[in-house]
Design a protein around this ligand. Structure first.
Ligand SMILES: [Zn+2]
Length: 475
């Protein structure tokens, strides 16, 4: 099945019409992606099959780092205190243009590359956010630029950042802390999606912390008066949080995950633990809510007569949008035009939509006009935010799953392991290499993008929301 679909992709690479529209160097970067297409798909499929979760991405990271090395990049592995983080560099001097690659999977959503729900391996992880495509597509774009530098068509430096643990611990924060973007002029990123767009929307800032309550164990029936219950504190704490929801702005989100609420019914629990997350479109609006939710832990501890401890896990910034950069990406999407799908792919998409209770309308791969940047974007969070406060960032979304597909689900895993995902990845590699090329060829454009970055950042200083080294080996 996979082999047949791969053949279909090869047969539908850049049409002659599109090739005519491209200037010489743009033709070269697009051709490079086409030349590497079979290998890139194989790398993506290998990462898809390994499906390694945050900080466990040893094989996935190695697959990409080895391929970068094989293609002439100098690769530095194990950077910023994370064994699966790496930087691949080619060229020298200015400009320095970088691109991000993620490769971690999500636990528990293993799935075969088929349009009905069936795990590849029961209980295993799956690429429900398409990061197998994300890392590989970005590396394909970096290689296309490298080849032009090598041929003397452009000069400067291209960097590929292998960024681990996006789904859980936000590995990029420690890479930012290590100063890895300090010499970079502009950064490029993309994300698999159910639509194509030069993404000029921000994301939600968030902060993660753990609260632990410490009580006194006792027999739950024989001598409960000797007990002080850590789970009582936990219940009182979540009750406080849930009452508080009525008094926060509609843009703010509070989530929690109870990690330990006691073990058995006949013991007064002396220990409990909860993971709490606060989000808002603006970090500055999020912070007071975070402070309040932290204070509530003390209130709950007083009521239950237990001790408590709060530990920051990490936090991420909202994405600082760069519209100038988005306009450059938009032009390249318009040159490439929409992705086209075979009858088999459309049928696959409709089956996914049927299985997930969505209208059976197939894929959405049209190129829409560049959107206005919304004040409150909604949606999720990403550690690309932290990068974007340190270097101007251009973001892209590319269709790798049917319209309205539930994200972080088996349906996204399924599409990421077959030609719908592959096509999106190759398309993203082309669009990003074309955009990077524009930056290499136009210093004025780089300066305009940097000027907008400085204006949007204003006098706000970036300070990482982390406390200590990356939690490698922790859960
Ligand atoms: Zn993701």
């Amino acid at each position: 099945m996979k082999k047949i679909l791969a053949f279909v992709i090869l047969a539908t690479t850049v049409s002659a019409l599109h090739a005519q529209k491209l200037k010489a160097n743009k033709k070269l970067v697009v051709q490079s992606v086409v030349d590497h297409e079979t290998e890139l798909i194989a790398l993506s499929d290998a990462i898809w099959a390994h499906a390694e979760t945050a900080f466990n991405e040893a094989e996935s990271s190695k697959i990409l780092a080895d391929y970068a090395e094989k293609n002439g990049f100098t690769v530095e592995r194990d950077v910023a205190g994370m064994p699966t983080a790496f930087v691949a560099t080619y060229g020298s001097g200015k400009p320095v243009i970088s691109i991000l690659g993620e490769f971690d999977a999500l636990p528990g959503i293993s799935q075969k590359a088929q349009p009905t729900k069936e795990p590849l391996e029961l209980g295993a992880a799956g690429h429900g956010c398409g990061h197998n495509l994300f890392g590989t597509g970005s590396l394909g774009a970096a290689i296309a630029i490298k080849e032009l530098i090598e041929q003397g068509e452009i000069s400067g430096t291209v960097k590929f950042f292998g960024t681990p643990a996006e789904e859980k611990f936000f590995g990029k924060i420690w890479m930012v802390e290590a100063g890895l973007w300090d010499d970079v002029d502009v950064n490029i990123s993309w994300h698999p999606s159910a639509k194509n767009e030069a993404d000029v929307q921000s994301s939600l800032a968030l902060v993660d912390f753990k609260v632990e309550f410490f009580g006194q164990a006792a027999h739950a029936s024989a001598d409960p008066w000797n007990g002080r219950s850590a789970s009582d504190a936990l219940e009182l704490y979540t009750t406080g949080i849930n009452y508080y929801r009525e008094h926060i702005k509609p843009t703010t989100r509070i989530h929690y995950h109870i990690q330990d609420g006691g073990q058995v019914v006949n013991v007064v629990p002396d220990y409990s633990k909860i993971w709490v997350r606060v989000r808002d479109p603006k970090r500055t609006e999020m912070t007071p809510v975070y402070e309040r939710v932290k204070e509530m832990a003390e209130g709950a501890a007083i009521m239950a007569n237990v001790d408590y401890k709060i530990a920051l896990i990490s936090g991420i910034y909202e994405v600082l949008v760069n519209r100038k950069g988005g306009e450059v990406m938009q032009k390249n999407l318009e040159i490439l035009g929409p992705i086209t799908y075979s009858a088999e792919e459309t049928a696959f998409a409709k089956k996914i939509q049927e299985a997930t209770g969505k209208p059976q309308i197939g894929m959405d791969s049209q190129i829409k006009p560049l959107e206005a940047t919304k004040e409150s974007p909604g949606g999720g969070s990403t550690d690309v935010g932290d990068v974007s406060w340190n270097v101007p960032n251009i973001n892209l979304s590319v269709t790798t799953a049917p319209k309205d597909t539930p994200w972080h689900s088996w349906a996204v895993v399924a599409c990421g392991g077959m030609s719908i995902g592959h096509k999106g990845m190759i398309y993203a590699a082309k669009a990003m290499s074309m955009t990077m090329l524009d930056l290499f060829e136009d210093q004025g454009l780089v300066e305009d993008i940097k000027t907008e970055f400085r204006e949007r950042k204003g006098n706000q200083q970036y300070e990482a929301m982390i406390d200590g080294p990356p939690p490698v080996g922790q859960n």
